[in-house]
Design a protein around this ligand. Structure first.
Ligand code: CUK
Ligand code: CUA
Ligand code: CA
Length: 640
């Protein structure tokens, strides 16, 4: 049988699923429906230490027709979108266009999406490319509230918001006077007003320093290049304030009490060439005192750069030497740190340096003490610095006192004890620090755990998003996919569950329990001010050379079987899908006019374009909707 073939490893553990551990696993219905033949003759529950994929097979099986237990949202790197997967299956469900153009959805084509992305004076999309690295959902009470997801664009310096009910991007904000917008993280509560226990700010780190303002002067005065740290309002998506800093920003983390935001700095040298960026032995993790910054903004201790209206406060070292009034605290960290992640108990930031084999653990409380003038040196906030392996990047947590750091150079995931590392730092030579190592395939970037960046971190799964898959999948030409590896961390040892190929190139992901996400089933017609509410409203409406064509779709027909316009007209088509059946989506494409988009049930979209070639142009439904889908057409008649 196939199962006995040498490459049947995955088939083997899916098909010969033992029932072991399932009953106690606490996983919901999606996983409990294991009907494989091994299930009836359940092996005795494996001790966690002895766990193997074979022994745990049933737990990871999502049988046909069953649903996953978690959503996984991933950034897509320079593909510019956001992806949605299910876990533990690893199945990809959706790609949400954000900074890219998506010809299926019509993102970057419809007027509504262009208004979100931003346009040039001629109506063309201002930027049609982007680079998404970090995505983080909004919080309430220290856990995900299922409302929004925020995602960065490193290329064109924009922050986007995705609504989690529609899983569509609804806002994009340009950040002024920065380049290389990389790390981003929403706050979890207000630092002052205790009644605000949800996300109201999103922090953004800029990695590349530039002359301020960057208007063509001081181009060669590299010593004067600076970076700004930015705060965006989570609801209005307006930029609230920025902080002028020394060095750069990279990854961003926020505290559970709302008081601090942190960013890693690998370029405290403020160099423009990579050799110089690694010239110092120490860089920093930089902390921002949110309440003090906002007081300074209120007090008008601000300046402005160029034509930006965003107030900028001074967070440089020289201006913040006095802890009791400081806006910023620069904590020294070994050479070129990359990731910064806060533990789910809110106590520690783990900060790992690419060029140092260590992870640094910074105590939240001690940073606050420094701001209160009760700690002599910022470095005293570091409570552990275990040597864990080569090329550490990002750290995840399990809520049982363990940290999991990706080792890019060692191609490993390393599990280490927070308490053990603290004891070892205090001189206890017998303290257990590194508890387990697991080879991953290959060169991991981010690692992240289920609900791991919340108070509800459940210690169930860890995913390693690896930069190279090499020999793990059938080759598909010179460019291979990346691998997303699912790892069971419920036991003492990490267990590799399976590999999933992922199209280039996700950086960061988050895993959310499925009960938190409440997707809409159909749109609300009233949410679209331009909706064509009735087939009777259809028609061609002329205003000089501007022509508006209103029509509706109801399977299997468009309300207009043809519409007439004239050569030289600017045509706007407004299409409302009046079908009310969930998932009954129609598409609208026009031959040889580069127009293509979909309308979901009760949704309205519009496109505007010029017609300058007389003739007949068939318009057809692109989204398979009905037995008469092919017949679902209309004609655009362009008169000379
Ligand atoms: S970065 Cu890519 S692996 Cu942009 Cu979060 Cu570290
Ligand atoms: Cu409507 Cu296909
Ligand atoms: Ca450096």
């Amino acid at each position: 049988p196939l199962d006995d073939q040498p490459h049947a490893g995955r088939r083997r553990f899916l098909n010969r699923a033992a029932f072991a551990g399932l009953a106690g696993a606490g996983l919901s219905v999606g996983l409990a429906a294991c009907k494989q033949d091994g299930a009836a003759t359940a092996a005795p529950a494996a001790t966690p230490a002895a766990a193997t994929p074979a022994a745990h097979g049933g737990e990871y099986t999502v049988a046909p027709g069953q649903l996953d237990t978690y959503y996984m949202f991933s950034s897509a790197g320079h593909a510019g979108d956001v992806r949605v997967f299910g876990l533990p299956s690893g199945r990809e469900f959706k790609r949400i266009p954000v900074f890219n153009t998506d010809c299926m959805v019509g993102w970057g084509i419809t007027n509504e999406s262009k208004a979100i992305i931003g346009t040039n004076p001629d109506g063309s999309v201002k930027y049609d490319t982007g680079d998404t690295h970090h995505l983080h959902p909004s919080y309430t009470d220290g856990t995900y509230d299922g409302k929004y997801l925020f995602v960065n664009d490193k290329i064109n310096c924009r922050l986007a918001r995705v609504r989690l009910d529609t899983m569509e991007c609804d806002r994009i904000t340009q950040l002024p006077n920065i380049q290389g917008f990389h790390g981003t993280f929403p706050d979890k509560r207000d630092p002052v007003d205790s009644s605000i226990n949800h996300t109201t700010r999103v922090f953004c780190g800029s990695e590349f320093s530039i002359p301020l303002p960057n208007l063509g002067k001081g181009l060669d005065d590299e010593a004067a290049y600076r970076s700004l740290f930015t705060c965006v309002d989570a609801e209005s998506m307006e930029v609230r304030w920025q902080v002028l800093i020394d060095g750069n920003c990279e990854l961003v983390a926020t505290s559970y009490d709302g008081k601090l935001a942190a960013t890693t700095q690998y370029n405290t040298e403020m160099a423009t060439k990579y050799e110089e960026m690694m010239s110092l032995e120490w860089d920093t993790c930089l902390f921002f005192n949110v309440a003090r910054i906002e007081e300074a903004v209120k007090a008008g201790k601000v300046r402005y750069y160029g034509d930006s209206k965003v107030p900028v406060v001074d967070g440089t070292k020289a201006a913040n030497a006095e802890p009791k009034s400081a806006l910023t605290c620069y904590v020294p960290i070994p050479k070129n740190p990359h990731g910064v992640n806060i533990s789910p108990d809110g106590k520690y930031y783990a900060c790992a340096g690419k060029l140092s084999p260590s992870a640094s653990l910074i105590a939240h409380e001690l940073v606050l003490k420094w701001f209160d003038g009760e700690l002599k040196e910022p470095r005293e906030a570091v409570v552990a610095e275990p040597e864990i392996g080569l090329g550490p990047l990002h750290t995840a947590f399990d809520n049982r006192g363990n940290a999991y750091t990706t080792l890019f150079l060692d191609s490993q995931m390393v599990k280490w004890s927070i308490e053990g590392a603290i004891k070892a730092y205090q001189g206890d030579k017998n303290a257990p620090v590194v508890l387990d190592r697991l080879d991953v395939h290959y060169q991991p970037g981010h690692g992240f755990t289920s609900m791991g960046e919340t108070r509800e971190c459940d210690g169930r799964f860890l995913v390693s998003d690896n930069k190279f898959s090499k020999d793990r999948f059938l080759p598909v030409g010179p460019l291979h996919p990346e691998t997303s590896q699912l790892i069971d961390i419920s036991g003492a040892k990490m267990t590799l569950v399976h590999d999933n190929p992922v199209a280039s190139e996700p950086h960061d992901s988050i895993i959310i329990r499925r009960d938190i996400i409440k997707p809409l089933q159909i749109y609300n017609l009233d949410d679209f001010p331009n909706a064509v509410r009735d087939a009777k409203e259809s028609g061609v409406f002329r205003d000089g050379r501007k022509v508006t064509v209103k029509l509706v779709s109801q399977a299997p027909a468009f309300s207009l079987r043809e519409f007439r316009v004239k050569k030289g007209d600017e045509v706007t088509i407004i299409l409302t899908n009046l079908d009310k059946v969930e998932d009954l989506t129609h598409g609208f494409a026009i031959q040889r006019h580069n127009i293509n988009f979909i309308v979901n049930p009760q949704e309205t979209k519009s496109v505007t374009f010029k017609v300058d070639r007389p003739g007949i142009y068939w318009c057809y439904c692109t989204h398979f909707c009905h037995a008469l889908h092919m017949e679902m057409r209309t004609r655009m008649i362009v008169e000379a």
